[in-house]
Ligand binder design. Structure first.
Ligand code: ADP
Ligand code: MG
Length: 717
């Protein structure tokens, strides 16, 4: 049986239809490469419709898997259906017929019955269904329940499951729901797939890249079975098994790319640090607080990297205030015990100064020298600091990226800590390596993201997470307000300022270069500064200001010379202004939850109670989403909610990072699968970094097909 319309194909592609001709011309060797138009039951018109679904080739059609399924498990007894529900029901057709209406519309109607009751189903404008749905058929319908002379379903979907008395066959009990389009209904898609699937899955078998025993060990079906299961699953669980297989495939190859980067970064041996505990014990004794369990665990993970000969290549993520700096300090002390220096790099000078201050406080009782290198030093100071770095008296050196970019000469650099620079890495590390230095690297991020997403984006890094806050933090009181409450909000700001505190007012900018939005923010600033808060000191900061100007405004706010700071989202993630107690976010509905959480994290750092006011317009849905902010301050919980609501691509600039669009991977459900894929990919690269062994030939091909010559997901910024 050929399910392909070979005759039509031969007419359209005479040069490849005959195998003898294919010798000279590289021919599509598989049916999967042929245009979908030549599949059985397609033709030019349906091919056009398929194209609107992104389906061009037969392969595309095979991978056009259902969006979801309906089955008996989602079926409600007919007696329980209520008006307003969106329901799926199964019953026997007890009567049917076409009813004309006065307007000329002809309606097909059928009455369904199960053990609990009866309901009318109605298909306006589809009289032809008379030929498809007959008395005695077992029918599955899904659609809204309405009131029309009684309860009635208007099915969006239906499937004839069989005859009433035919209960043996439950193979048809699952109804796949495809993405359909005008001119190509669900039913057409189903029938096209029915006619071609056997042949398509037969050909896809040749594209299997994993051995059967490899898949069996991981509980995954083969590619052929996976696609078969997705299109005609005996149960919804079986379809899920098919999806997992394809998700594994997506994850494995991305992790292969990450593993190669990781190999490159860790190939050169790092320093094998040893614990003498001279400094570390003293630090433990003098620390003014006990470490949280999460900090202890992160330090353990970091030490395990540092005491191994392999270079550390780790990301430490945790909310603002979760105590990352303290963890970094312990890593720096281990380096110092071994006679090595640590460079801690921050994205801005203000943040570098802040880190230096924290580290100096914490190390005050210890024989450790913390140096700060910024552009604000006088010539004289600078040359002193450079001297202490070169001789090694400075053990922890804090600065911006200029620290390593300007070729500062270290006596013995053993550890680099990078704050808020997720993509620090490859280029900078190469620059260091060229100086003959291969330090261990610890990247820190205050953007909590779900573990599954972190492993996807930063798969070349190992991950430590601070998912616990030090005790005794004051909660930030968060409230959602409407436009109508604006003057009350302004009144509240005035009160807080009168009590000696400071406030942020943040405006959303689609992008920092958006002129219209920027004008809106600037005009709003003028209104606030000139009218609303005429008696207060109001400043403005946005992305179009020069670095110097931004720095000046931020310092003024930090010093308490401004009461209110009107800002776009440029205000630094890590900035710590303990006296700032109010964060007002305008048009909160335009921000993602994670972004709101980041903004809110700029307050709540001092001893006073802090407040976050979200001013939002928009419908009930937008408000419902923002409620999450009122309910929790847990950045990871918020990130998970955000992920569920917006999907991975939209989050955290995942697309900008070059993250591919996943069709099968589900970040919420597939964390274990992801960990497995990462472990598998790393094992392959460890054993065969160049993928040059014959058994890895296919991996190399697929990797190149998907990611081209790209060496890593993103290039460093
Ligand atoms: P992050 O860098 O993650 O934003 P920091 O390391 O700057 O957090 O810590 C925030 C504040 O909490 C600092 O003042 C720090 O001294 C304090 N801190 C850190 N760890 C603890 C802890 N385990 N118990 C109490 N306070 C802590
Ligand atoms: Mg910090």
């Amino acid at each position: 049986m050929t399910s392909i319309d070979d005759q039509a194909y031969a007419t359209a592609f005479p040069h490849v239809a005959n195998p003898a001709d294919a010798m000279s011309e590289p021919a599509p060797f598989s049916i999967l490469d042929r245009p979908a138009q030549y599949l059985k039951g397609v033709g030019p018109k349906r091919a056009q419709a398929l194209e609107r679904l992104g389906v061009r080739s037969a392969r595309d059609l095979l991978f056009h898997v259902p969006r979801r399924y309906e089955d008996a498990s989602t079926v409600a007894p007919i007696g329980t259906l209520e008006v307003g529900m969106d329901a799926t029901a199964i019953g026997a057709v007890v009567s049917s017929g076409v009813i004309p209406t006065r307007s000329g519309l002809r309606i097909f109607q059928a009455v369904l019955r199960d053990g609990t009751g009866m309901i009318e189903c109605s298909w306006p404008g589809q009289p032809y269904l008379e030929r498809t749905i007959r008395k005695g058929d077992r029918l599955l319908v899904t659609g809204p329940v309405r009131f029309f002379h009684g309860r009635q379903i208007q099915p969006r979907e239906f499937v004839v499951l069989g005859r009433e008395d035919d209960l043996s066959d439950d193979a048809g009990m699952v109804l796949p729901i495809y993405a359909a389009t005008e001119g190509l209904s669900q039913r057409m898609l189903r029938s096209i797939l029915d006619a071609n699937l056997d042949r398509l899955v037969e050909d896809v078998e040749a594209e299997e890249v994993f051995r059967p025993d490899y898949l069996r060990q991981r509980g995954l079906p083969g590619l052929r079975d996976a696609l078969d299961l997705l299109h005609r699953p005996p149960t919804v669980q079986k379809a899920e098994a098919g999806r997992r297989r394809l998700a594994y495939d997506e994850l494995f190859f991305l992790q292969l790319l990450h593993a190669r980067t990781r190999h490159e970064l860790t190939e050169r041996q790092g320093t094998t640090f040893r614990r003498s505990n001279e400094l570390l014990r003293a630090a433990h004794e003098t620390l003014p607080f006990a470490l949280t369990d999460a900090q202890t665990q992160a330090i353990r993970e970091i030490f395990s990297d540092m005491t191994s000969p392999r270079r550390m290549n780790r990301m430490l993520q945790g909310d603002v205030g979760s105590g990352k700096t303290v963890v970094a300090l312990f890593a720096a002390l281990l380096a110092a015990e071994n006679g090595y220096q640590t460079a801690l790099m921050a994205p801005t000078e203000i943040l570098a100064e802040q880190h230096a201050r924290t580290l100096r406080e914490l190390t005050a009782p210890l024989p450790v020298d913390v140096a700060l290198l910024t552009g604000r030093l006088s010539k004289r100071e600078r040359s002193d600091v450079l001297g202490s770095i070169a001789t090694g008296t400075a053990q922890i050196i804090v600065g911006t990226h200029a620290l390593i970019q300007e070729g500062v000469e270290f006596r013995r650099l053993g550890l680099v800590v990078v704050d808020e620079q997720h993509r620090f890495g490859v280029r900078q590390r190469k620059a260091l390596a060229e100086q003959g230095i291969a330090p261990d690297v610890l990247a820190m991020s205050a953007t909590p993201i779900p573990r599954s997403l972190a492993l996807t984006l930063y798969g070349e890094l190992d991950l430590s997470t601070l998912d616990e806050m030090p005790p005794g933090r004051q909660p930030i009181r968060t409230a959602l307000r409407e436009e109508s409450a604006r003057s009350a909000v302004y009144g509240f700001i005035r009160e807080q300022v009168a009590a000696g505190r400071q406030a942020y007012i943040v405006y959303p900018l689609v992008s920092e270069s958006d002129k219209v939005d920027l004008r809106a923010a600037t005009e709003e600033f003028e209104r606030l500064a000139g009218e609303v808060f005429a008696e207060l000191r109001v400043g403005l900061i946005h992305g179009q200001l020069s670095g110097e100007d931004k720095d000046r405004v931020m310092r003024a706010f930090l010093a308490g010379d401004l009461d209110v700071l009107v800002a776009t989202t440029v205000i630094e993630v890590g900035i710590d202004v303990p006296n700032a107690a109010v964060m007002v976010i305008e048009h909160a509905e335009r921000f993602g939850l994670s972004q709101l959480h980041q903004l809110r994290g700029r307050v709540g750092r001092g001893a006073d109670r802090s407040y976050c006011v979200l001013i939002a317009s928009g419908g009930a849905e937008a408000r419902e989403r923002l409620r999450v902010m009122e309910e929790t301050e847990d950045g990871f919980a918020i990130a998970r909610a955000d992920l569920r609501l917006r999907g991975m691509g939209e989050l955290f600039g995942a697309k900008q990072h070059g993250l591919p669009e996943f069709r099968f991977f589900d970040a919420e459900r597939d964390e274990a699968l992801l960990v497995q894929a990462r472990q598998d990919a790393r094992a392959v690269i460890e054993a065969d970094p160049g993928l040059s062994r014959p058994e890895h030939e296919r991996f190399r091909q697929v990797l190149t097909d998907r990611y081209g010559e790209r060496q890593r997901l993103y290039e460093t910024g």
